[in-house]
Design a protein around this ligand. Structure first.
Ligand SMILES: Nc1ncnc2c1ncn2[C@@H]1O[C@H](COP(=O)(O)OP(=O)(O)O)[C@@H](O)[C@H]1O
Ligand SMILES: [Mg+2]
Length: 501
């Protein structure tokens, strides 16, 4: 037993702690998703989100038809740290830290109202107002709510026996008080609604299908699912699934290779590139209890996104028993593959990446085989005074153009300088000792770095009288595109040039 003289109580300071709870790093989408998690855990089948400008007193509400909370449960739920993160959770539970409801809400607003009802209880309401906690420095949980909140609550419970509605008012992080008359803020508010809708389509897509599907609505319109794996498309290939184990718990892995751009419509190409484009969407997608935590990242040390891997998207399914091994954070936006399975994941990722590169390059290869006979290389081997030297091909179209520009004298000097200083011994030594550590053409470059050059080459060949088809075939046999015909293929697709017509 502790002796009363051996300790003192150091309760947190309400005003400052509640401010710190605002800074967990949520954005509007991850914050709403955290509330949706609670609704799903409560077995909801209908989740309606509203973004209402409400004539300059904006609010956001999330209503569900889950099993709801009794008054005691609601009181517990409103406390921070309402559950111990170390407790074992029901296998369908999407929560962990007993914080989400509060931290997600306070990240966006200063006034959080929750009304809930179970089959057997009446409607109970509780409300945190951070201004009041701040002024009083006490954990004052209100039982009285605003007229707006009351109106929403009446509306939600007019036709249901159980459920919960969460209401965010005083949205100071979204619309500062002084900006409620500002049209730009009003527009931004509605844009946030769009952003949230896209996030829900992705994160909860697994809940939007099957017999027990959940209906999601945003401002009264159904939210459609967005399947990152294009699993309904006949050209998507599902590679063999694998099961790994973490402390006896299953981790299932399904690698998908998505179709080449040429196999799908322009609309699907735009749609499945997602918000950040095809290159960004490659990688692992980690689902915890069917809820997406990470969307498109390779997550393993030294594994980078590359253009040719962009068709590889790998679904990983985990449960909620291994949260600490995966480093799941309060926001549920981070997961780090546990070390014991990293090697296996790397193996699976590398196979998927190679498959992606194969599909991605396939059409490019055809183009390469059909490329013209021009073969414009940059470097040539020459003899000077009977000895070997390396020189730059003045006939390469890019060099040729530079040599006819107004800077031609400087360009000629630069070429001389480069030719006289080619580091042949260094290259020989590096190549013989560590050839596999040397970069191949285009490797390690950001994707769009060469787009300007391909445009320039196209213009040059066209202005020299070549047809569009001949021009692109020439590009495919011009360095550096000899090594990346798929880039020329993409250019053709973008410009609508059919090489084989
Ligand atoms: N929409 C809801 N329906 C029913 N219960 C809820 C709802 N939202 C929150 N709760 C209850 O409040 C508790 C605390 O929620 P939260 O702070 O998000 O932490 P966690 O989800 O980690 O438990 C939940 O465990 C749940 O019991
Ligand atoms: Mg939660």
């Amino acid at each position: 037993m502790l002796d009363i003289n051996d300790y003192e109580l150091a309760n947190p300071n309400a005003a400052s702690l509640i401010q710190s709870l605002r800074a967990f790093g949520y954005d509007i989408s991850t914050a709403v998703a955290d509330l949706i998690d609670n609704s799903i855990t409560a077995n909801a089948s209908d989740i309606s989100i509203s973004f209402d400008w409400n004539s300059g007193a904006p609010f956001i509400s999330i209503a569900d038809d889950g099993y709801g909370m009794t008054e005691t449960e609601l009181f517990e739920a409103m406390k921070t740290g309402s559950k111990n993160p170390l407790d074992t959770r029901d296998e369908r539970d999407l929560g962990r830290f007993g914080l989400g409801l509060k931290t997600a809400s306070f990240s966006q607003c200063k006034r959080l109202t929750v009304a809930s009802k179970t089959n057997d209880s009446s409607i109970n309401v509780r409300c945190w107002d951070l201004d009041i906690v701040n002024e009083t420095n006490e954990w004052i949980l209100l039982k009285k709510v605003t007229n707006t909140a009351n109106r929403i609550i009446d509306d939600v419970f007019s036709d249901r026996k159980h459920g919960t509605v969460v209401i965010w008012e005083k949205l100071d992080k979204i619309v500062p008080d002084e900006c409620v008359d500002d049209e730009d803020y009003q527009k931004a508010f509605l844009n946030y609604a769009k952003q949230v809708k896209n996030h829900i389509s992705l994160v909860f897509s697994s809940y939007m299908k099957g017999s027990k599907r959940v209906l999601f609505k945003l401002n009264n319109r159904a939210v459609d699912l967005w399947d990152p794996f294009m699993s309904d498309c006949t050209f998507t290939s599902l590679q063999p699934s694998e099961t790994l184990y973490i402390n006896g718990h299953e981790v299932t892995i399904k690698p998908y290779i998505l179709p080449h751009q040429s196999k799908i419509s322009t609309e699907d190409f735009a749609l499945y590139g997602g918000l950040h484009g095809w290159n960004e969407q490659q990688g692992f997608y980690i689902y915890r209890n069917n809820r997406l935590i990470v969307a498109g990242a390779w997550l393993l040390p030294d594994m980078e996104k590359k253009e040719q891997y962009r068709l590889a998207r790998i679904r990983i399914d985990i449960g909620n028993e291994t949260d600490s091994e995966w480093g799941i954070d309060v926001r549920k936006s981070i997961a780090i593959p546990p070390i014991p399975i990293q090697k296996e994941l790397r193996r699976i990722a590398v196979v998927a990446q190679k498959e992606s590169a194969k599909v991605y390059r396939h059409r490019g290869k055809k183009l390469a085989r059909n490329s013209s006979k021009i073969q414009a290389y940059v470097w040539q081997q020459n003899l000077r005074s009977g000895k070997i030297c390396y020189s730059i091909n003045r006939e390469h179209p890019i060099i040729k153009q530079l040599l006819s520009s107004s800077n031609k004298k400087e360009v000629a000097k630069l070429i001389d300088l480069i030719e006289e200083t080619v580091p042949v011994p260094m290259i020989i030594s590096d190549y013989s000792e560590k050839s596999d550590e040397m970069l191949n053409p285009f490797e390690g470059r950001t994707t769009n770095q060469f787009d300007d050059m391909i445009d320039a080459l196209y213009e040059m060949y066209r202005s020299n009288g070549y047809s569009p088809q001949e021009a692109v075939k020439n590009i495919a046999s011009t360095e550096p595109y000899i090594y990346a015909p798929e880039k020329v293929q993409l250019f053709c697709e973008r410009e609508g040039i059919d090489v084989y017509e």
